[in-house]
Ligand binder design. Structure first.
Ligand code: C2E
Ligand code: MG
Ligand code: MG
Length: 705
């Protein structure tokens, strides 16, 4: 952990520095004070000494002058009594150590004692010589005494002198006392100063602590809280701490501004999350949120020995709704589907279930409660049933189905990505199995997907390798049961896979776009074959060929040119070529389709609507689309005998088409009874296994003879 030089630390350091500076200043001040005390002491002593010296001098000189005057006569007359009286009076004065009267030779005449033991003795002390030699008033200083002397003369004759010694001991002692007194006062003063300074320092320290505490409370703490809150916001935690402040200052303003910023970011975040995690159209969870939740749940379930099921539901042929009824209707369908699925999931899925829309027409359901396999089966059955019920969109009834793929955790896969892939594969297999059903994922399905990818690769170049060929299924006129044409049907004989069902490979070709290169070749080959067919007799036209055209070919827009060039190159009359378009392709974009059909008509070819009845076009639609014929889907023909609805619809289609001058072709006639019914209802043409299976071009040509 790296140490941080934070605001509080800075504060404390600043306080510390301030205190240190104050301490240093005070230390300097104290030192100055001690020095001053010492100086005052020295100066005081000097002043006192010089003052004492001056006073002593003046006193001594005055006294010695007076003594010299009063001793002149007694000395001259050697009146020792008078001298003694004067000397003793002088010696009694304070601080006087000695009074000596000496003669002209410097020998002691009197020293104030009664016996004058030193009489006549010379003065031997160090100051004596100068005193004797000087005629005038002389003051001499030694360590112990101040010696004031004056010679005594009568006229010009020196008769002797007088010396008064003042003891310095007492003066020094009183000086010392005064100096000590002064010193004591100074020390006392210094101590008092020191006390004040300590008090001041304590007050200063207290103020510093107070300021630091105040700064900590009013600045550092709120800033720290703001920093923590900002950090919490940074990691997406918006309600970690409720920020509020009643303070009416800048920090209060800051806290309040921060709090409102926090609220608005939180609101924003919620909105963004809601937008990012929900599907705008249905309000369901979206792919992103679902994926996150799935990851989370798998993590919790792993090792807990619990199961989970994913259901991938895809609306069958939803694209048709968008193409034929428009995108608004498509959205409406999606919302209605979502509501139905939601109801079913709420009813049967358990508390922990989750429903999401993965975009497009794909819904995913997660089941986590109970026996997930059983719940998933029940739910899938219910969904297939309920979603198969007709929807009302823009006043029309629309029939749609749903294909559902189911995958289980941990049986099928343990990771979210693999589970989702499996669900997709299972759903796709449900579609392949005929749609409107459900399938559980199995390992074999992976192979099916691989096979499909493999098939696409194999289909590329299959025409060049001669694996693709055309067979022709005869089309009969019901009235006289004569062959009037044939439908060209594509076959694929693969060297390893064998004969591949058209329903399978046409779908692959359609989805991969390969049909755009195969389609024109089929057209050309069919025209070439049909060009060789001959009529039964001269009064009839030779048989036509009906060629299936995929919606993709129609959309590319090249069809009219391809038709024209095929006819031109093969020499087949336009009237003998019929194009079979699916309802979806024609009705998807009516304006475009009408323009294209008009263009095709101009070349002379006929256009039929294939698998009529399975889409949404309805009978009324026939009025708006300029087609020459309709081929009733074989599912209606198959059920015609059992289901009165199918019979009624077939009859209605025939009647309606005839009223519009459109030819009606019945597909998948497998029984004589069907043939009879169709003929009785006035159907024009028919094809089916009962009449003739698809056969090679040569076989068909042979049939015509
Ligand atoms: P379709 O255009 O409806 O073709 C008729 C289908 O019905 C053919 O299936 C035909 O073999 C089958 N069929 C005929 N009579 C009967 C019968 O009595 N009973 C039953 N159950 N079926 C009968 P096929 O050949 O498997 O073709 C399937 C679909 O593949 C075709 O349906 C057509 O949509 C498409 N297709 C075939 N050849 C081509 C092609 O060259 N181009 C395009 N774009 N599609 C093609
Ligand atoms: Mg057809
Ligand atoms: Mg058909």
């Amino acid at each position: 952990m790296s140490l941080r030089f934070g605001l509080q630390a800075r504060f404390l350091v600043a306080m510390g520095i301030t205190l240190a500076v104050v301490f240093a200043l005070i230390a300097v001040l104290l030192q100055r004070q001690t020095m001053m005390q010492r100086e005052v002491d020295v100066l005081g002593r000097e002043a006192m000494q010089s003052m004492a010296a001056d006073a002593l001098n003046r006193r001594g000189e005055a006294m010695v002058e007076q003594l010299a005057d009063s001793l002149t006569n007694p000395l001259y007359f050697s009146d020792l009594d008078a001298i003694g009286t004067t000397v003793r009076a002088a010696a009694r004065q304070p601080d006087v150590a000695y009074v000596l009267v000496y003669d002209a030779h410097g020998n002691i005449v009197h020293d104030g004692s009664y016996d004058i033991a030193a009489y006549g003795q010379p003065m031997t002390d160090p100051l004596a010589h100068a005193a004797i030699s000087s005629n005038r008033l002389l003051t001499q200083w030694s360590q112990q005494v101040v010696d004031v002397s004056e010679g005594i003369s009568i006229g010009n004759e020196r008769i002797g002198g007088v010396r008064v010694g003042y003891s310095l001991a007492e003066i020094r002692a009183s000086e010392e006392r005064a100096a000590n007194n002064l010193n004591n006062r100074l020390v006392e003063l210094g101590r008092r100063h020191m006390g004040w300074i300590v008090l001041l320092l304590a007050a200063l320290a207290a103020v510093c602590v107070g300021i630091a505490w105040y700064a900590q409370r009013t600045l550092v703490k709120p800033i720290r809280q703001l920093a923590e809150a900002a950090h919490a916001i940074g990691v997406g935690n918006y309600d970690a701490k409720q920020l509020s402040s009643d303070r009416q200052d800048e920090v209060g303003d800051l806290v309040r501004a921060f709090s409102s910023m926090n609220d608005s970011i939180a609101r924003h975040d919620r909105d963004v999350r809601r937008m990012a995690y929900t599907d705008a159209l249905t309000g369901l969870t979206n792919r992103l949120a679902f994926r996150e939740s799935l990851d989370h749940r798998l993590m919790m379930l792993r090792g807990a020995g619990r199961q989970l099921a994913l259901l991938f539901a895809d609306i069958d042929d939803f694209k048709r709704v968008n193409d034929t009824l428009g995108h608004e209707a498509g959205d409406d369908v999606l919302v209605q589907f979502a509501n139905r699925i939601r109801d079913a999931v709420e009813r049967m899925g358990g508390d922990d279930s989750l429903l999401a829309r993965f975009g497009g027409d794909e819904f995913v359901i997660l089941i986590q409660n109970g026996d997930v396999r059983a719940v998933a089966t029940q739910l899938a059955e219910a969904l297939v049933k309920e979603l198969g019920q007709p929807l009302v969109v823009e006043g029309r009834q629309v029939f749609l189905g749903t294909s559902i793929g189911i995958t289980l955790f941990p049986e099928d896969a343990s990771g979210a990505t693999s589970l989702m892939k499996n669900g997709d594969i299972a759903m796709y297999q449900a579609k392949v199995a005929g749609k409107n059903c459900y399938r559980f994922y199995s390992r074999a399905m992976d192979q099916a997907v691989e096979r499909r990818v493999h098939m696409e690769q194999e289909l590329r170049g299959a025409w060049e390798r001669g694996e693709l060929s055309l067979v022709y299924q005869p089309i009969f006129r019901l009235m006289d049961q004569r062959i009037v044409g044939a439908e060209a049907l594509l076959r694929w004989q693969h060297p390893e896979m064998g004969a591949v069902a058209p329903s399978v490979f046409i779908d692959v070709a359609e989805q991969s776009g390969l049909i755009e290169s195969i389609g024109p070749r089929v057209l050309r080959a069919a025209c070439a074959a049909a060009a060789h067919w001959t009529a039964h007799n001269d009064s009839e036209e030779a048989p036509f060929v009906a060629v299936n055209v995929s919606p993709r070919q129609l959309r590319s827009g090249d069809l009219p040119e391809e038709v024209a060039s095929s006819l031109r190159d093969t020499g087949l009359p336009a009237s003998r070529l019929h194009l079979e378009l699916t309802e979806t392709a024609v009705i998807g974009d009516e304006a475009h389709a009408s323009a294209l059909l008009a263009k095709l008509h101009r070349t002379g070819v006929k256009v039929w609507l294939d698998d009529f009845g399975t889409g949404f076009s309805g009978l009324s639609h026939l009025r708006r689309v300029p087609v020459d014929g309709v081929k009733i889907d074989r599912s209606f023909i198959a059920d015609m005998q059992r289901d009165p609805d199918d019979l009624a619809l077939t009859t209605a289609i025939i009647a309606m088409a005839h009223s519009l001058g459109i030819t009606v072709v019945a597909e998948g006639v497998e029984k004589e009874a069907q043939f009879d019914i169709l003929r009785d209802r006035g159907c024009d043409l028919a094809q089916g296994y009962w009449l003739g299976h698809p056969m090679s071009a040569a076989e068909f040509a042979h049939l015509l003879i």
